[in-house]
Design a protein around this ligand. Structure first.
Ligand SMILES: N[C@@H](CCC(=O)N[C@@H](CS)C(=O)NCC(=O)O)C(=O)O
Length: 190
């Protein structure tokens, strides 16, 4: 089993953490280098990471990779509520990635422009709801959804993309898990 990704991607990190007690090869690629892009183009027309290879089978997209792993290891499916948690975490991650890419394209992401306003409105709603769910104990178990939430929060903080200070339950959740060995081993800062 081979997981292709980059050390900074929150989508890749959740799979690295989830797979941490299994045997797999992690291939760290720079998706913006010419080598990275040609590897991606050879294997994955979406040109996104993560991607996964198991023998001859290549699988794109973290959600589908997780589904593949559920089947491979005969793990019970996520519940519908966990699927919704994952959808919220993905939506926040996607909005933050769009803002990061716009920022790197020298666009003013605080400008009064529909696209940026929609991302910020969505992020506010999502972090409020996620904060509430953490407070209500819905992320108490360390599973794929809570791993994914951790990776989102830690990535937003690492990239300084969104001020999460107001979300006290999210912050406690972040602190509570920060010392886990699989978390420190995949820290994008090192
Ligand atoms: N839905 C995808 C999203 C993956 C994604 O957005 N990956 C980012 C890195 S964190 C990427 O490859 N971005 C490259 C680009 O947008 O060109 C998944 O869950 O795997």
């Amino acid at each position: 089993m081979k997981l292709y990704g980059s050390n900074t991607s929150p989508y890749v990190r959740r799979l690295r953490i989830w797979l941490s007690d299994r045997e797999f090869t992690y291939v760290n690629i720079d998706i913006f280098s010419s080598e990275g892009r040609s590897l991606l183009k050879k294997k994955n027309p979406t040109l996104k990471i993560p991607m996964f290879e198991d023998g001859d089978q290549v699988v794109f997209d973290s959600n589908v990779i997780y589904r593949y792993l559920e089947e491979k290891f005969s793990i019970p499916h996520l519940t519908w509520d966990q699927e919704n948690q994952l959808t919220m975490i993905n939506a926040a991650s996607d909005s933050l990635i769009q803002l990061l890419l716009c920022d790197r394209s020298n666009l003013d992401t605080h400008a009064d422009i529909m696209f940026f306003k929609l991302q910020r409105e969505r992020l506010q709603e999502l972090f409020e709801e996620l904060d509430k769910q953490v407070a209500n104990g819905l992320f108490n178990n360390w599973n794929y959804a809570s791993i994914s939430l951790y990776c989102l929060i830690d990535w937003a903080e690492f990239r300084k993309l969104y001020d999460l200070k107001a979300f006290s339950h999210i912050n406690s959740f972040h602190q509570q898990h920060a010392a886990r060995p699989e978390i420190t081993a995949t820290d994008p800062r090192v």
